[in-house]
Design a protein around this ligand. Structure first.
Ligand SMILES: [Mn+2]
Length: 328
């Protein structure tokens, strides 16, 4: 592989992986390199949560459990930190009291990065943060195909008088014209709904649904093929709510739902999605107070690494890097 001069993970010979301050995957900080293709940012905000709070502590928890992520991805035969410059850009500044002000603050900080050509992988935070991130990404790329892994639809309208909360980001995004309504896909849905009209609303917001039960009835290849067909070749935003996983594999989250998918199923499908034009993404809803032995932190950190790997295999990145960087 051609040496692109990108700075990768901290050298282990100086300090073991368990020592030192934890940037995501022990990657350089944004201020340690000249430019970034992808910035991992933490967004410590959970005031849009409808049930158990605590996702504001997610970014720190995920970083702490990302120390064991390695430089080589064996399935894709690629080095995700070598074919693109990935940095940890720290946390966005965001206050907990005013959801509207917080969303504006996240948008302003995300916009600064996206206008520089840096793609964002955000660590939440609750799912509210997807709305300002979608606004920033759509401003650069136009309407987005959203690939959304979650136990819940998150296309609901108003709750307790709030139109912006962690159950509404994709409804608001559709209303604002940020989504490509022909190319959005939910995966892993199984949460409770009050009325079938919610499913009609969801369809109008541009989504089709692969429920969690489909992982029992279909092969991983079939599911990946359906996803790829639905998303198409335009710009894709990947939003991952850690509650898509079964609570046995990710207990540390705000609105757990039993009957979820496993990390093995999840990664099997994710790894069949190379070639998508991923322009941004998030891993949200990690609430460490409900975690045990770092199980959720590890799942989220590894999920972010899988997503970063896919971002390194996007068509734009492939054309600007060596041919040998391309995985299967
Ligand atoms: Mn969600």
């Amino acid at each position: 592989m051609e040496d692109l001069g990108n700075v990768g993970q901290r050298d282990e010979s100086d300090l073991p992986r368990f020592g030192g301050i934890a940037t995501f995957a022990l990657l350089p900080r944004a201020d340690q390199v000249e430019r970034a293709d992808v910035a991992v940012v933490g967004i410590p905000f959970d005031s849009g949560t409808s049930f158990r709070p605590g996702a504001r502590f997610g970014p720190t928890h995920v970083r702490e459990h990302s120390r064991q992520l390695h430089p080589y991805h064996a399935i894709h035969d690629t080095f995700p930190f070598r074919n693109q410059q990935v940095v940890d850009a720290g946390d966005f500044g965001v206050g907990p009291y005013d959801i509207g002000a917080a969303v504006d603050a996240i948008h302003a900080q995300a916009r600064r990065l996206t206008l520089e050509g840096t793609r964002i992988l955000a660590l939440g935070g609750d799912h509210t943060i997807a709305l300002p991130l979608l606004r920033a990404a759509a401003e650069v790329h136009g309407p987005l195909a959203v690939l959304h892994f979650d136990a819940h639809l998150d296309t609901w309208d108003v709750l307790h008088g709030a139109s912006i909360w962690h159950g509404s980001p994709f409804r608001r995004a559709a209303d604002e014209g940020l989504l490509d309504l022909e190319h959005c896909q939910h995966v892993g849905i199984r949460g409770g709904i009050y009325d079938p009209s919610e499913l009609e609303d969801d369809r109008r917001a541009g989504f089709r649904i692969i429920r969690a039960e489909a992982f029992q009835d279909h092969s991983m290849q079939d599911l990946a093929d359906r996803i790829l067909q639905r998303l198409g070749s335009g710009p894709v935003y990947v939003s991952i709510d850690i509650d898509v996983l079964d609570p046995a594999q990710a207990p540390g989250t705000g609105t757990p739902e039993v009957g979820g998918i496993t990390t093995r199923e999840f990664f099997a499908v994710l790894r069949k999605l190379a070639g998508l034009n991923i322009v941004g993404g998030d891993v949200v809803e990690v609430a460490p107070a409900y975690d045990h032995a770092g199980v959720t932190g590890l799942a989220a950190a590894h999920t972010a690494w899988e997503l970063l790997t896919l971002m390194g295999l996007t068509p734009a990145n492939r054309s600007s890097t060596s041919e040998s960087a391309v995985g299967p």
